[in-house]
Design a protein around this ligand. Structure first.
Ligand code: GLU
Length: 485
């Protein structure tokens, strides 16, 4: 084990689509561990799948990880002592290592055609045998291999997995998993185009880059025996492995786009705060003392131990995320919240931070996501609101009665010498009483007339902020609408 070396960990995403929330989750645990131990955190781009990898996706990964605040010490864009950190630029390193394995007899070229492999698979299926390569090319004589290579026959390089014995995966959170070597396939290391497979590139890079702990998602645990066999074939000491529990949909299946938003960009657009998202992701696989649910990244770093990583199956629970996000929003100093709301203004309006600050006492408590602001505060920014007659009419009342309520309110409001919430409320209550309406009904009609909706921030405080002219104009427009239908 590599415990005595300075900690070096990595996150190794494949740039094949939107930056995944699972990448932030795994990056978070690696980051916390590195920071806790005074080690280094690397970002490596695993882009050996040439068809599916894109630069755009790579850029989005950088951006999304920076957005959540998990910055790396070494990586493709920041460099480092083991550059390049992009696998597509490391082809020679993998080919050299594959050649070393062939030279030592731990790997061999395989010339089997796709047709032969397909036929083999069918036969194994029909006979209900384990699927996998049968090792035919392992038996080729050195002369036959040389002749095939000289003739330029396409081939891959496979690992000669020992037929006997067993491989023990020591997983830091899961304990030992024992695999019989006979069940492990002679995996391909180098494809016929000279590109490495995930297994070869991943193991070579982890070793060459001095990775001490591989902290990755549980879905890779089935690859780990293959990786351990590769370490052994190279004569290298393997890193410590720690497989994190997968994030799951409500039905316990692995988190998927179909059932949950998985793109980190989506979380940013919705207005989740990075600190809330990190707290949420941390809870999915870890706990602090006394099972406290709310903690900062600094708390996590201070208290982090891999031993406390959970093995349970965490459900990605949006209610909890929204709850946490609301909590973090409420805890923000208003000036900071106003700054973060810049990109969330109603109808993409320019942000007047002084005015946003005035709305916050009415709204900060209510925001679950930054994007809620655009809807909840819309009426403060709009020229006018356009409720329908039905919306303006309180239950059990008629449009004519609603118009009468609003007329009474208008009169009372016009008479307010001070445009403040307490005066307006007192005047409107008195107007309801003297005109024989329930104040609840009158307030409802007034709320819809002024804010455009039956649910709003506190009515009279909102009106104080909106100002006399705009409020009276909205009430007048509503009366007009109710009277003309
Ligand atoms: N490229 C793999 C991924 O996309 C890396 C898995 C690992 O960490 O070994 O998750």
């Amino acid at each position: 084990m590599s415990n005595d070396r300075p900690v070096r960990v990595r996150v190794a995403p494949s740039p094949t689509g939107d930056p995944h929330v699972g990448t932030a989750y795994i990056a978070l645990f690696n980051y916390a561990f590195a920071r806790h131990s005074g080690g280094r955190f690397l970002l490596r781009i695993e882009d050996t799948d040439r068809e599916r990898s894109t630069k755009e996706s790579e850029r989005a990964i950088f951006e999304a990880l920076r957005w959540v605040g998990l910055t790396w010490d070494e990586g493709p864009d920041v460099g480092g002592p083991f550059a390049p950190y992009r696998q597509s630029e490391r082809g020679d390193i993998y080919r050299r290592h594959a050649a070393d394995l062939v030279a030592s007899g731990a790997a061999y070229p395989c010339f089997c055609t796709a047709e032969r492999l397909a036929a083999l698979r069918e036969e194994q299926k029909a006979k209900k045998l384990n699927l996998g390569y049968d090792g035919a090319c392992r038996l080729l004589s050195p002369e036959a291999v040389r002749a095939a290579l000289d003739a330029g026959k396409p081939h891959v390089i496979r690992l000669a997995v020992p037929r006997e014995g067993q491989t023990v995966v020591h997983d830091l959170v899961r304990g030992d998993v024992v695999i019989q070597n006979a069940t492990v396939d002679d995996q391909v290391l180098l494809k016929s185009d000279g590109f490495p497979t995930y297994h070869l590139a991943n193991v070579v890079d982890d070793h060459v880059m001095g990775i001490t702990h591989v902290i990755r998602a549980e879905e890779w645990i089935t690859s780990t025996p293959k990786h351990l066999l590769l370490y052994k074939a190279f004569g290298w000491a393997p890193p410590v492995f720690c497989h994190m529990p997968l994030l799951r949909n409500r039905d316990k299946s692995k988190i998927s786009k179909r059932k949950n938003p998985t793109s980190l960009l989506w979380y940013r657009e919705q207005g989740y705060l990075p600190e809330a998202l990190l707290n949420f992701l941390a809870l999915m696989g870890w706990s602090v003392a006394e099972n406290r649910e709310v903690f900062s990244l600094e708390d996590m770093i201070r208290e982090f131990t891999l031993e406390r990583v959970a093995t349970s199956e965490p459900i990605f629970d949006f209610q909890k995320l929204d709850w946490l996000n609301g909590l973090y929003i409420r805890a923000l100093p208003p000036a900071e919240l106003a700054r973060r709301l810049r990109e969330f203004m109603p109808q993409g309006r320019a942000c007047d931070e002084a005015f946003v600050l005035k709305t916050l006492p009415l709204l900060q408590e209510r925001l679950k996501k930054l994007s809620d602001y655009a809807t909840m505060a819309e009426f403060f920014y709009a020229e006018a609101v356009h409720p329908t007659v039905a919306e303006l009419t309180p239950k059990k009342a008629s449009p004519v009665q609603a118009a009468d309520m609003l007329s009474a309110a208008r009169e009372a409001l016009s008479a307010c010498e001070d445009w403040n919430a307490a005066t307006m409320e007192a005047r409107c209550r008195a107007a309801a009483a003297s005109s024989g309406f329930k104040d609840r009904d009158l307030f409802m009609a007034l709320r819809v007339a002024v804010t455009g909706a039956p649910v709003s921030p506190p009515l009279f405080e909102s009106m104080a902020l909106l100002g006399r002219d705009r409020c009276l104009a909205r009430v007048a427009a509503a009366i007009e609408r109710l009277r003309t239908g």
